[in-house]
Design a protein around this ligand. Sequence first.
Ligand code: ATP
Ligand code: MG
Length: 524
Amino acid sequence: MIKQFIDKLMGKAPKSNKPHFGRRTEVPASVHGIDPNLVDDRAINVTRTLQQAGFEAYIVGGAVRDLLLGLRPKDFDVATDATPEQVKGLFRRAFIIGRRFRIVHVVYGRGRDNEVIEVSTFRAHLDNAAAEQVKGNERTSKRQLEGMHHAVDSSGRVLRDNVWGPQDEDATRRDFTVNAMYYDPESQIVVDYHGGIPDAKKRVLRMIGDPVARYREDPVRIIRAVRFAAKLSPLGFKLEAKTAKPLTQSATLLADVPQSRLFDEMLKLLQTGHALASIAQLKKLGLATGIYPLLDVVVERAESAFVQVALADTDRRVGEGKPVAPSFLLACVLWADVREGWAKRLARKEHPYPALQDAIDEVFDARIGDVSGRGKLAADMREIWMMQPRFEKRVGSTPFGLVEQPRFRAGFDFLRLRTDIEEVDVRLADWWQEFSMASDSEREDLVQAAKAEQQASQVGKPRVRRAPRPEGAAAPRSSAGQSEVSPAAASPDAGDDGAPKKRRRRRRKPGAAVDQAGESGSAE
Ligand code: ATP
Ligand code: MG
């Protein structure tokens, strides 16, 4: 009764139109068992600062889910009843970001070690009816109006989502029950409205509310369902049947989602350590095609040896806490096209470098054309590809110039992956590894050695031009040396004793990791 009266005062929709907001349950540490040592100090600092200023503040979302599962969260989000401006005022380095979804980034540390805590204000849950009510009600509070940039389109899709509201509504507008819990590091209490804790125990991924409507509101939740199913399947999680069932039929809704958001979600599927598992889930859930054109290509190529090692390598790197770059992975995914276009041009007797340039242009037009504003991504991919034939020149000044290039490491890592599928002789990659770490005089020696090796191997060999053979073409995979300038053509395939090639363990120079280009866009 009183709640109804307050709701009326707040200008909320009448109860009958409201979704079920769940009952607030406060779960103590003795029940949820979260290890406080897994909680980041900076997240604690943020919640404490907000609480001391008189606001509510909790760690929220995926971090609580991971803590509950005994995992160390990779990032921490905080939810509060303070507005973005109020949050910003409490921290020295805080920035309001986002238009669709205004949040505050509180920044700690500098450079590579910096840590961002995302702070979002509790949002109101607004379906169509509720949105109309709020807009039309003269008594809509000033506080609500302050965040009133909300819009829902005719199909029920939420376009903007900046209406502040109470915590129970904030919980209801989140996606999965296990993603909608709040943890107060001070009292160590978990606030749960939707049975997230029992679902976590049962290993169920359950969409809050009616899944069909929730996918309609924001079709990106379809991709998120795949991602969490992949991430949590090793822990035994399964999508609840009601949550999984409408996924395929809802996929057509993705056509209305901006391409840039789909691109970002694709990168989250592929670059958060569960790429192979995500692809398996896409197939299992009947979503192998139709989410996003470039993702279709990835899923299809995940069968090919090169893309498979690239995805596995990305998962491994993320697992080891190393940075990953979207340009690198996409360069791997589209390499087959580049090689094919290059081979075609070489067969027409075009010069190798311009031929490669043209092949790359063609691939960008065909595959990446629809993602605008990603100049740096494309430039980095191009550089990785253009470096490949240069690795095969180990004489003169070429190696000295190449090793100084800012993207050398990415190009080298790419070369390394090519050796994994025996497209390039492993000894070439080993040579570059050594060269990149050597002193100037050692480098001279290495160049001399390469020269001698090349001369020796050329004795008696006719000087023929050979074009790179497209993947899957006649030659068996194990025959290296598919390119005219390929060192593998110059250096013997098997060891001196004729024994089969051994794959060497990687020796990566510590700290010389692929540079994270930071193309992955904003998370909601
Ligand atoms: P990860 O571990 O991958 O970061 P996460 O659950 O933290 O997973 P984020 O994308 O960081 O995912 O989002 C943080 C939280 O915001 C989610 O846990 C969820 O509560 C909410 N959220 C994010 N995107 C959506 C969405 N599209 N619809 C509803 N809620 C969302
Ligand atoms: Mg997160």
